[in-house]
Design a protein around this ligand. Structure first.
Ligand code: F6R
Length: 363
């Protein structure tokens, strides 16, 4: 049942290109996006504010969604964890879109947050993997992620397909609002459709992560740093490591380090630094040099062709070239494999980490 893989998690990491393809291709026709939801183009263009509400990894997909939607469609997006949103008396009205993201479709806090949004008259759009689940049944609109069953408790392929829906939604909202034109929509769609091949290339290098894991598996703490979309990915990379390897880690916006956390960077502290955002690369590199100067052991993730990375990083992972906005789909794989091999080499129960449940149906 594990298809020759030692764990479901590794199998599911390798299923990501196919899951992405299955989620994206039914919604793309001749360079245009058809979401097949009961909302007209003018309704999609008319939302004044968007809230994305979810828990854990699904919430991390929402953070990427915020960057994409705000950048392309210029609509303000608020991302919140469901357990905070539901008790905060959020400002919601009829012109708002509330996007609910959930792999299982049964997470108690997420379901309650969606019910609250419905009560307040907002349109609820659920991004769900399990067909017929509670969230899918109650939402006004549903976009299924076609990842297939996810068995490992740590979410991998469900996250990637949630991201792919965030891309489709951002492109669609932008096209409806006219902040991108039809040619740009077609171009973005073509780039998204080419991602599965790019992911196959990243997966071909998977054996390297076992070596890297050996170097870092004895650490007690780690930091993940990045800017922009890389910061969003740092948060997911840090969660993956914590939940399955039991190594404490923190994700930090790289520019925020010097406001406190840099005091924790001492000799040999592993810092996983993401540098896929070209616009922010120079600033990122100076943050890396700052931690390096304090003794950090830096694992740097950047595009191939970036020269000079090994002058300031102890290890470098080169990703096949992608454009800044699509980078999260590629850079998540190194973070997943890094966490996976550390957990597996430490002898942890990779697929069933202690104290965690696949579906959290109590708050
Ligand atoms: C982390 C993980 C959890 C879930 C969270 C939400 O790997 O799996 O953080 O993402 O419990 O679950 P769903 O998406 O089922 O609502």
């Amino acid at each position: 049942e594990k298809g020759g893989f030692p764990h479901f998690m590794l199998k599911e990491i390798f299923e990501q290109p196919a899951a992405l393809q299955n989620t994206v291709s039914p919604r793309v026709k001749d360079g245009h996006i058809d979401l097949a939801i009961p909302l007209t183009e003018s309704q999609l263009a008319g939302f004044k504010q968007i809230h994305i509400v979810a828990c854990g990894t699904a919430m991390h997909a929402g953070i990427v969604g915020k960057y994409l939607i705000e950048k392309l469609a210029r609509t303000p997006v608020n991302v919140d964890v469901a357990s905070e949103f539901r008790y905060r008396d959020p400002i919601l009205d009829k012109d708002d879109l509330v996007v609910i993201i959930s792999q299982s479709g049964e997470t108690a806090d997420t379901l309650a947050a969606m019910r609250l949004a419905k009560q307040r008259g907002a349109h609820t759009l659920a991004v769900v993997n399990v067909v017929g689940s509670s969230i899918a049944r109650e939402a006004d609109s549903v976009l299924y992620t076609w990842a297939g069953p996810e068995i490992a408790v740590a979410s991998t392929k469900a996250y990637t397909v949630q991201l792919s829906i965030m891309y489709l939604l951002a492109f669609k909202l932008a096209a409806c609002k006219g902040t991108i034109d039809a040619a740009q929509e077609a171009d973005y769609v073509a780039q998204l459709c080419a991602i599965p091949q790019l992911l196959e290339k990243v997966l071909e290098t998977s054996s390297r992560y076992e070596e890297l894991a050996k170097q870092y598996m004895h650490a007690e703490d780690m930091f993940f740093i990045g800017r922009g979309l890389d910061y969003a990915l740092s948060q997911e990379g840090s969660l993956k490591l914590k939940e399955i390897s039991y190594i404490h880690s923190e994700a930090y916006a790289a520019g925020e380090l010097k406001h406190g956390t840099i005091s924790l960077i001492t000799d040999d502290m592993p810092v996983i630094a993401l540098g896929t955002q070209q616009r922010l690369l120079e600033k990122m590199v100076s943050n890396i040099k700052e931690v390096k100067a304090r003794g950090a052991n830096v694992l740097f993730i950047c595009y191939e062709g970036y020269e000079g990375a090994d002058e300031f990083a102890d290890n470098v992972i080169y990703l096949p070239l992608s454009s800044d906005i699509f980078a999260p789909l590629a850079s998540i794989i190194p973070l997943q494999l890094f966490a996976y091999y550390i957990s597996s080499l430490k002898g942890c129960d990779v697929d069933k980490p202690r104290n965690l449940a696949k579906s959290v149906t109590v708050e």
